[in-house]
Design a protein around this ligand. Structure first.
Ligand code: UD1
Length: 340
């Protein structure tokens, strides 16, 4: 298939581009490079041995989006593009709603006009909100999220469901990610957060490489085995493979829209993750215990049964793989991707 990947220069998008190319698909990337470096593309081309066409377009510009679809033919869209920092979304809700919703609407309109009938969307486990029973199941219906970022995911899932119901032939897979970590085993692409990392794994990696002094563990008085929060970390390469599996499953889906959890089904604590990273690095890493972070849930993980059975997909890589690959990427690229 010829696949448009929006946000294809980002962390999960770039790994998915490689998986799509390795599976024999053609890829066109659209990215506004507001949170990704153009140098990612050269790395993707070197790793895949293929040319990766790129359009530097902000999808909130409906006219430019329309023109992109006028000039290129796509069989499918994998939609990653969007703002994704939870804390920032609380401070700038309008920017998040405007960006994430407008870009999706432009894309959906262009797809409708050009009769593109396959869509895979980058959603998040955050749509399960605060009250869903653990493990999270796709059958849970009361979707909500405590942050504007998460709320855009809930809304976009809804918009896509409504559009699919009104569009003969459109098939949509909503992929609810748990906690993606790790990097490509080559060490050439990985997560490159701008400024101080919000998420656990990039923060630990930057402590290990000497960019940050120590990790602050956000609370050790939760009702969990070691008192720290538990999450379902999955390797970004497994996650990328999940997108290919979902894309190739769309034509045989029995309903127009289907949500799939992409997770391992197992929770790992903050301290267990830190200790796994210490094993990868071969030394202890400094940390302190601080107060809880507002909005954090004690523990959640996926019920991945639906993705296992319907997509034939399973997360295979271990926590040690995730840490070893993150460490390889971080060591080779201590300051992330180069500017040019
Ligand atoms: C966060 C978002 C989630 C988003 C996901 C994307 C919040 C509340 N949730 O998930 O909506 O989809 O990122 O990747 O931000 N931790 C520390 N010290 C740190 C950083 C994190 O102890 O410096 C702990 C956190 O308390 C949490 C765990 O590590 O228990 C994982 O945190 P993080 O990587 O930010 O992911 P989530 O909060 O699960």
């Amino acid at each position: 298939m010829r696949v448009l990947v929006s946000g294809g220069a980002g962390y999960i998008g770039s790994h998915t581009v490689l998986s799509l190319l390795a599976s024999g698909h053609d890829v066109v990337v659209v990215d506004d490079f507001s949170n990704a470096k153009p140098s990612v593309i050269g790395r993707l081309e070197a790793l895949s041995g293929k040319h990766v066409p790129v359009h530097a377009i902000d999808l909130t510009d409906a006219e430019k989006t329309e023109r992109l679809f006028d000039h290129e033919r796509f069989d499918a869209v994998v939609h990653f593009a969007g703002f994704k920092a939870v804390g920032e979304s609380v401070a700038k809700p309008l920017a998040y709603y405007r960006n994430n919703l407008d870009s999706t609407l432009s894309l959906l309109e262009a797809m409708r006009r050009h009769d593109v009938q396959r869509l895979v969307f980058s959603s998040s486990a955050t749509v399960y909100g605060e009250h869903a029973p653990v493990p999270y199941s796709e059958d849970y219906e009361h979707l909500s999220s405590s942050s504007p970022y998460g709320q855009t995911k809930v809304m976009i899932e809804r918009i896509m469901s409504d559009v699919a119901a009104a569009t003969e032939g459109l098939r949509v897979a909503l992929l609810r990610y748990f906690n993606p970590v790790g990097a490509h085993p080559s060490g050439q692409i990985g997560e490159d957060p701008q400024g101080i990392p919000n998420n656990l794994m990039p923060f630990i990696a930057q402590v290990a490489v000497g960019r940050r002094e120590r990790l602050t563990v956000f609370g050790d008085d939760y009702d969990t085995a070691d008192g720290t929060c538990e999450r379902d970390y999955l390797h970004v390469e497994d996650l990328a493979a999940g997108h290919v599996a979902a894309l190739e499953h769309l034509d045989s889906m029995v309903t127009p829209v289907r949500a799939f959890n992409l997770g391992t089904g197992t929770g790992t604590s903050v301290l267990a993750m830190l200790h796994a990273f210490e094993r990868a690095v071969g030394r202890e890493l400094p940390y302190e215990v601080g107060p809880r972070r507002a909005g954090d849930l004690p523990a959640f993980w996926a019920d991945p049964t639906r993705a296992n059975t319907e997509l034939g997909w399973r997360a295979e890589k271990s926590i040690d793989d995730m840490c070893a690959d993150t460490w390889r990427w971080q060591q080779a690229n201590p300051q992330g991707f180069p500017d040019a």
